[in-house]
Design a binder for this molecule. Structure first.
Ligand code: PMV
Length: 317
């Protein structure tokens, strides 16, 4: 039997992170330059039930039954077996590789989970649909994030720009006018769960103030959708920068992120903001074809470990 593999892209949140956890809308887009990949090969010489899991990037090489039940990869396997209704797992090797930096706001956890579920369900001959894959990945996200909104698993599963609001049906975004982002990585790994937990603490201490900021961010997401869907990309820039200010007020930015945002703006970006959980990880800059190179170069000169350029467009369904 030939090897079976599946992959899933990274993602960035364009607008609305953190507020999305509190029911406001947000927009996320796939980043196809980075991907997680899961490869499955049958291992007929080993007894049924044995699945050898290797993930070289995190030094993992183990039989999945030896992992704690709440290990994200073990949990993804258990959920896939349950969802496919397969009780006898044929012996196999499952290898996970990824070019998505971990804990950087690029959705690495969700992409690994989605690639794994997709590859394993295909291997078992019971391919799962996107809705189910996203729902199972959401369960695994709870281990990574504590109280995830569901935006990461949604955008990574569908690999298309999404307008997302908790407990609402996912909506794909129309992107009549493609646009470009430069993603600057601070090189600082920052677990999203910590930032999300800190925002929750602060919200519990002063609900009125935080609800007002969440409302303002939600309004930005609504306006951003309108602008993107009508092709008014230049007007999107100031909204991103305004969103960054609100994220600073939520205390999830960092001196490094603020610095890179400033650098991007002075290098000609239309707008810039941190993206994702914050405190480290990535920032994004909306660029024009004229400013793209200068923004990317200046970000790297100012300390960004990498500056990835990516195009946001609507893929045909
Ligand atoms: O995975 P990250 O770091 O891009 O962050 C996800 C976005 C948050 O709004 C901070 C959390 C969530 O679950 O929506």
């Amino acid at each position: 039997m030939p090897a079976i593999f599946a992959s899933a892209p990274g993602k960035v949140i364009l607008v609305g992170e953190h507020a999305v956890v509190y029911g406001r809308p947000a927009i996320a887009v796939p980043v196809t330059q980075v991907r997680a990949k899961a490869t499955l090969t049958a291992a007929p010489r080993r007894p049924p039930g044995s699945l050898r899991l290797t993930a070289p990037a995190i030094g993992l090489d183990a039989d999945w039954r030896d992992l704690p039940a709440e290990h994200p990869l073990a949990k993804a396997i258990t959920l896939t077996l349950q969802a496919t209704g397969v009780s006898h797992l044929p012996a196999c090797d499952l290898r996970i590789t990824s070019t998505i930096p971990v804990a950087s706001g690029l959705g690495s956890g969700a992409a690994v989970t989605v690639a794994l579920i997709r590859a394993l369900s295909n291997f078992l001959g019971r391919p799962l649909g996107d809705e189910t894959i996203s729902a199972l990945a959401f369960e695994v996200e709870k281990i990574h994030h504590g109280t995830p909104s569901g935006i990461d698993n949604t955008v990574v599963t569908h690999a298309k720009p999404v307008y997302f609001q908790r407990d609402q049906p996912m909506e794909l975004l129309r992107v009549p006018q493609p646009f470009r982002l430069v993603i600057g990585y601070t090189g600082i790994a920052s677990p999203t769960a910590l930032a999300v937990a800190d925002v929750r603490k602060a919200w519990l201490a002063d609900r009125n103030a935080y609800e007002a900021i969440f409302d303002a961010i939600g309004e930005i997401a609504r306006q951003a959708r309108q602008l993107i869907e009508t092709g008014q990309i230049a007007a999107l820039g100031p909204l991103l920068t305004q969103n960054h200010e609100y994220l600073r007020q939520l205390d999830v930015s960092s001196p490094e992120l603020d610095h890179l945002v400033k650098i991007a703006l002075s290098a000609g970006a239309l707008g810039a903001k941190m993206s994702g959980g914050g405190r480290g990880g990535n920032m994004i800059a909306l660029v024009t074809p004229e400013s793209e190179t200068s923004v990317a170069e200046n970000l790297q000169r100012a300390g960004a470990v990498s500056a990835i350029s990516t195009s946001i467009a609507q893929k045909s369904p």
